[in-house]
Design a protein. Sequence first.
Length: 344
Amino acid sequence: MLPRIFIGGTGRSGTTILYDALGRHEAVYSFPNEMRFLVDPDGLMTLISELSAQYSPVRAREALFRFERLMRVYLTVPQRAPYFGFDLARWLGGEYYWQRLDEFCAQMVEFEFHGRAWQVEPNIESRFDAWTERVRRVRQRMRGAPVIAQRLNLPRKRLRMARYFSDRTELVELARVFVDDLFLRAADQHEKRTWCEKTPQNLFHIGFLYELFPQSVFIHIKRDPRAIIHSMTKKEWVRAPNNVRDSCLFLRAMYDRWFDIKRAVDFNKYCYLELKLEDLAASPHSVLEQVAAFCKLEGRFNTLPDITPDRANYWQKTMTVEDRQLVNEILGAYIERLGYEVYV
């Protein structure tokens, strides 16, 4: 069986380019977008924690609700924030996606009961009820009367008792099968034998991803920090500060976290590969062949991505001397630890 492949980085480091390249291999399927439900807030990593080591009935029920909201609403309605353009159901098998999600969520529930949720269960009143309540409050304000809540008690409804997994490995195995079923189904539909998932923030949750898929390959793609800072400040849609100093502090926190993780994880137990975007841009064919060999991929790349050294190193021509000096001042030690030379 071919290994599952994860890609991570700091963002603006080449994760998308590498992801696009691996998806061009005849054995590897890459998804239309990042599969954010693995490590994002309210995703699978949070759910596993809240139903095991962090368990309490209230927290577990809320975690399950938030996970289902993420999977059934946020990531499946392309027109809705905060995940505009995402449509997991369409990407991962349509009806099969909903069926497999129902099965997995049912495995997370011990039983259901009829009662009042005093803590965190969401209010699911109808739109009409919400509208009439707003009209009633407006009328009270117009009369100068104090606004009094219509309901003093929460309504009774069907509530779920989320399971407690004292053996975390049991829950992790259920999650692993769930994810692999969905991802392999999508790969099979495109006549691919394995899959590759790219989310830059994977880098900071590499321990969890190895726990989920111990035999997976993790590829960390790096880039000169000066190039990352320059890219961050030129792209308005990047979720980072838009000035050089704050971007450096933003990136420094990520590097500090990554080096802490690197000290804590025993990479001798796992398949882990680091590569530089600059090397990929300089010799794409050679580097991708090395990546394929490391991942034990059989077959060939159908095409190569459009990447050149000029695209990876454009910052050298457009970044001001003042900005370079500021980046070197704040991130100089990190530039060297990542294998780059500090210069202006």
